[in-house]
Design a binder for this molecule. Structure first.
Ligand code: HEM
Length: 234
C-alpha cells in the first residue's frame, strides 16, 4: 500500500510528540478508570455469603469468558495497560532530562507528593499487576483449575485460596493505596489533558475524582480483608 511520505513523516512526528503521548495516556487512563468500576462491581460478589458467592462469582466469570464482545474489550484493555505504561515511561524520561537543567525545583510548593511520584506509584501498580495476572488471569485462562459441580472453572476457590495469607492481603492493601493515590492525581490530570477541565465545572471534576478514588480504593481493599478474616469464622 502506498502512503504519501509527507503524511508518514507527519504521523510519526505526531506520535513522537509529548502532547499526543499525554493525550493517549489520558485516554487509556480514563478507559482503565472505567474498567476498574466494572471490575470492582463484579468482584463485590465475593462479599456475598460463601455458598452464594461461589455460585454467583463462577457463573459471572464463565459468562464473561464466553462472550465475544467482552473478549474484544479485553484486547482494548491489554492495549490500554501497555500503552499507558510505555507512554508514562517515555514522558518521565523526557521530563527528567528537562527538569534536571533547573537549579531550583519549586514543584514541592505547588503540588501534592503523589502528583510528583506518579512514576513510583505506577511502578508499584505494575508489580501488582504482574502478580495479579500470574495468580488469577493466567490460572483462569491456562492453569490447572478445579471445576465445580456445574462444570464451570472454580475461580472462586482460587481467589479465596490466595487471600488466606496475611502477607498477600497486606500486599494487596498496600497496592490499593498506591492505586488510590495514583487515581487521585491521574483522574484530574487526564480530564485536564483532554481539555475537559472547564473552570465552571472544575470543582465538580475534583470532587468526583476524589469520591471515585476513595470508593475504588475502599472497595478493592475490603474484598481481600473480608475474605482473610472470614476464614476464621466457621
Ligand atoms: C480485590 C481485588 C481484586 C480481585 C479479587 C481481582 C480479581 C481478578 C480475577 C479473579 C481476575 C481473572 C478473571 C479473568 O481474567 O477473567 C482478574 C483479572 C484482571 N484484573 Fe483483577 N482483581 C482485583 C483488583 C484489580 C485491580 C486493582 C486491578 C487494576 C489495577 C485489576 C486488574 C485486572 C485486569 C487488567 C485483569 C484481566 C482482565 C481480563 O482479562 O479481561 N484487578 N482480577
Amino acid at each position: 500500500m502506498f502512503i504519501n511520505p509527507k503524511i508518514k513523516v507527519m504521523t510519526i512526528s505526531i506520535l513522537k510528540s509529548t502532547l499526543s503521548r499525554k493525550n493517549l495516556m489520558a485516554l487509556t487512563g480514563l478507559f482503565l478508570c472505567f474498567f476498574l468500576v466494572i471490575h470492582l462491581a463484579g468482584n463485590l460478589q465475593l462479599l456475598l455469603p460463601k455458598d452464594r458467592a461461589a455460585e454467583s462469582f463462577n457463573s459471572y466469570s464463565a459468562l464473561l469468558s464466553g462472550n465475544i464482545f467482552i473478549k474484544i474489550i479485553s484486547y482494548v484493555l491489554y492495549f490500554s495497560l501497555i500503552a499507558h505504561a510505555v507512554d508514562a515511561l517515555f514522558i518521565t524520561i523526557k521530563n527528567r532530562r528537562t527538569t534536571s537543567k533547573y537549579a531550583f525545583d519549586q514543584r514541592k510548593h505547588s503540588s501534592k507528593w503523589y502528583a510528583r511520584n506518579m512514576g513510583v506509584l505506577g511502578s508499584i501498580l505494575l508489580l501488582f499487576l504482574v502478580i495479579h495476572f500470574k495468580d488469577f488471569w493466567y490460572v483462569y485462562k491456562f492453569g490447572a483449575i478445579p471445576y465445580n459441580q456445574e462444570g464451570q472453572k472454580d475461580l472462586y476457590r482460587i481467589v479465596v485460596g490466595v487471600f488466606q495469607s496475611g502477607w498477600y492481603v497486606g500486599f494487596y492493601v498496600l497496592s490499593m493505596f498506591a492505586l488510590g493515590f495514583h487515581l487521585l492525581h491521574g483522574f484530574k490530570s487526564a480530564v485536564r489533558t483532554l481539555g475537559l477541565y472547564h473552570p465552571v465545572y472544575a470543582g465538580y471534576v475534583r470532587i468526583f475524582g476524589k469520591i471515585y478514588s476513595y470508593a475504588i480504593t475502599a472497595g478493592f481493599c475490603i474484598i481481600p480483608v473480608y475474605i482473610y478474616f472470614t476464614q476464621f469464622i466457621k
